[in-house]
Design a binder for this molecule. Sequence first.
Ligand code: PAF
Length: 295
Amino acid sequence: MSIRIVRTVAELRAALDPLRGEPIGFVPTMGALHEGHLSLLRAARAENATVVLSIFVNPTQFGEAADLAAYPRTEEADVALAAHAGTDLVFAPSPAEMYPEGFATTVSVGGAITETLEGALRGRSHFDGVATVVAKLLLAVQPDRAYFGAKDAQQVVVVRRMVSDLGIPVEIVARPTSRDDDGLARSSRNTRLSVEERHVAAVIPRSLRAAQDAFASGIRDPHRLESVVRDELATAALDPEYVEIVDADSLEPIADLGRPALLALAVRVGEVRLIDNVVLVPGLDDRIPLERRRP
Ligand code: PAF
């Protein structure tokens, strides 16, 4: 099947209806596709009969208007890359298709999982925006499996909670963070880094690796491990918005590193806000159990 682009939910349903009965894999994105997205598409291709990609820069999850305006929009290139990765159908709706006149519903996931980390920094509206658009996309596509990257670890936890609470019949598949050769997590935002900033940003994965090494050497005090990250970032004059170790499931503060913990950070490099994380698993060091976990 050659790739096809649809822009309305009605067209999407008409295209997918004859294909139901065999598994449908879905990769929701905001476009500006990079290797991380392509690895999600390839995973979806390997595990499903039909692969659907959505491209929608969701205005309701952006805090700063400038961030929304600066978000790269590269649909033509995205479609070519998606076709190469084996995508069958691209759903690329307009804001009016997703949020028509009179739209008044918000899906809001409560509790610690939306209040910490990104939720604390970006405010409640960020994950409300994510949960609402993901719910709408899942209801529109009705996939058997939906694929997310573990770089957005908190988003994965929030989406799993929402899917479980609302009884949406889909398997949420989290795939490991895709990284450049120097370890920097792939992100659509990386294209906004200058050459010099891109060089500086390489300290981010180094700082997480330093904490993993400290953890592997037996350090179990979360504050000491957080300091290892901060100290490494400081070598490149980076002052993070947060560096936190939380329970990998509940995202609550964790004192006992005897169970899987998420070490997450957000830091600005120039104007570009980057996030990254690793999971610290006693005895396993660098494993990412997110992809295996179910709520
Ligand atoms: O991770 C993203 O790109 C977005 O948050 C998502 C899941 C496509 C919702 O807009």
